[in-house]
Design a protein around this ligand. Structure first.
Ligand SMILES: N[C@@H](CCC(=O)N[C@@H](CS)C(=O)NCC(=O)O)C(=O)O
Length: 198
């Protein structure tokens, strides 16, 4: 299995950290992000979105970290990270959708403005969605006092982690979200976890 990635990519981190937790070997191919490789014709042939991560599994190509997480969990994680019980699966998928919605279009993209000067005109909207993301997470984690779904670590936590952790870089400090901060530490204490590049 091959993962096209960069160390700075939070979406790549989700896949890398789950593979590490599961003890799955992943050939990691660091693309030349600075040189714009992700927008080159050869890379667009792999992922028409021009984004990392991309995964090559048995001669098939998949883009989007959600697809990669689901594959790894199903193939190597038994019932642990994405259970097959329909209600339990729905509970995990609800948070994975949230990771691809408010977390991405709020927290990730606010940081896209401050770090990469990407779409600065939309900053106010990203901040608003980012604050919604943090408020929803804080409320849930205050209630559960542990994990986002099912009372244990699942794909829900891995999918949400990277851009919550990096929210302060996007002008969204975590000072007012103590339950979120405690949850980040809980994730970081999982066996096999490694630190995300700053
Ligand atoms: N929903 C996608 C988002 C992927 C994404 O935003 N990747 C970033 C790096 S973390 C990227 O490649 N951005 C370049 C671009 O969008 O042009 C996923 O979860 O994989």
């Amino acid at each position: 299995m091959k993962l096209y990635m960069t160390e700075m990519s939070g979406n790549s981190f989700k896949v890398r950290v789950l593979a590490a937790i599961l003890g799955v070997e992943l050939e990691q191919v660091r693309i030349n992000w600075e040189g714009g490789e992700h927008k080159s014709p050869s890379f667009l042939a792999l992922n028409p979105r021009g984004q990392v991560p991309v995964m090559e599994i048995e001669d098939r190509i998949f883009w989007d970290s959600t697809a990669h997480l689901v594959y790894l969990a199903r193939r190597f994680g038994g019932e642990d990270w994405l259970p097959s019980d329909p209600l339990d699966e729905a509970e995990v998928m609800q948070w994975m959708s949230f990771a691809q919605d408010e977390v991405q279009f709020g927290l990730q993209w606010a940081r896209g403005v401050t770090v990469y000067d990407r779409r600065p005109d939309s900053f106010a909207g990203y901040l608003e969605d980012g604050r919604t993301a943090l408020a929803v997470l804080e409320r849930q984690l205050e209630r559960t006092d542990d994990w986002l779904a099912l009372g244990r670590a699942t794909l829900a936590d891995i999918a949400c982690y990277p851009y919550v952790k990096r929210a302060p870089e996007g002008d969204l400090p975590l000072d007012d979200y103590p339950a979120v901060r405690a949850w980040l530490e809980r994730c970081e204490a999982l066996p096999g976890w490694f630190a995300m590049d700053p």
